[in-house]
Ligand binder design. Sequence first.
Ligand code: HEM
Length: 436
Amino acid sequence: MDTAAGKTAEHVPPERPALPPEIAELTDPGHREDPYPYLDRLRERSPYKPFDGLVVVGRHTQISSLLRDPAMSSARDRATLAPTPRGPRTLNFIHLDPPDHTRYRRLVAGAFARRQVAGLEPRIREITAGLIAAGAESGTFDVVAGLAYPLPLQVICELLGVPFEDRQQLQDWTGVLSEELEPPLGGAPQPPAREATRARAGFVAYFRTLIEARRAHPRDDLISHLLQVEEHGEQLDDAEVLATCVLLLNAGYETTVNLIGNAVLALLRHPDQYARLRADPVRRAPAVVEEVLRYDAPVQMTTRVAREAGSIGAAELRPGDTVLLLLGAANRDPEVYPDPAAFDIDRTPAAPHLTFSAGPHFCLGAGLARLEGAVALELFATHLDAPRLRPGELVYRPNLNLRGPARLPIALDAVRPGRVPGARSAAPAEGRSHDA
Ligand code: HEM
């Protein structure tokens, strides 16, 4: 396979053999609304090699152990199938393996810990309450535009110390780059090369300026903490701070948008479950978040690259093979979750869902995403009277991996006036803690 061809901005990916029917069905844009029948089939068939260079895995136990397997690398640029990066790249730690990953992540986690997630809760409540009140006043409300998008964007901007007035620009760049997270299957959208290059270069220039400003005048924000953090005499260099800013903005934003969108959709489609949430929103919202993360994962897949020859079940592995891990399919594995297609907020699963990954790359922002999701759902259930889906108005994003609605307009009877909402504890509950 000619990966060198990808060096020009006009690169057209090499021709692949015709996709096997199960994968063609999954990637068919007409199936975004419900990809689960196709994911079920892929899981049952997996592990298998649909074409040279790719192994698909969908079973929970196998994915769970592969995510912890040192023979599986996160250096995606080693993959035979990898598209050559376009434009200026920042090397963030999601693409590194131990021991480089260990040092880099520990330093970022140290800076992250200084802005305690629990300490963000009052502000998250304030932002959420304002969005719900403003958006719902009109009697119709697009949950995505009015709540799911602006909440995580504002939170991540404030956390990093990024001026909120720049949000439209950041949102545009993030949107372009999120399309690049699509799996190497074909069929899913890819941004035009020039657009992706521009978005990447825009991020780099933007954060370079901001980092210089924070170095000169530190504040109590994450960029300043990233510049100052030190452990065992080690620090992050400027390139690492820059790469981390880009990663946090991208990883921490579109994902949480989808969590909130998928959650509201699942609740409104399951009135019995919504009634349970409404009966006790403060206590039940975190359970809803966990069940949505399992039932309709906002991040559907990730990849690893085989370091060496071997096998996964009957599928033979060659060095450089991409291993596509179907997290969303694993979360519906009937060997782990009885009645996996049922949305049940009182479920007590035998094993954690894999939506935040597992092992050394377990999502660094899981606590923040859970908190934002829980506050959004609690206030949604508390303040909106009789929210209802508007038939025919739901539109899905074209992405296969970052899965969620692009538009979710609802009708409602009224917005109930706010009360002073009680604080919830943001400490990760037992069995939901960082899993490294
Ligand atoms: C529902 C929301 C979210 C989901 C579903 C999600 C999912 C994931 C997944 C699957 C990974 C690991 C990928 C892999 O193993 O290859 C990951 C890593 C990561 N996530 Fe999240 N994420 C979410 C929200 C956030 C937020 C809010 C932040 C930060 C503000 C964040 C920051 C990160 C970082 C820094 C990593 C890299 C960890 C590492 O490589 O060690 N994520 N996330």
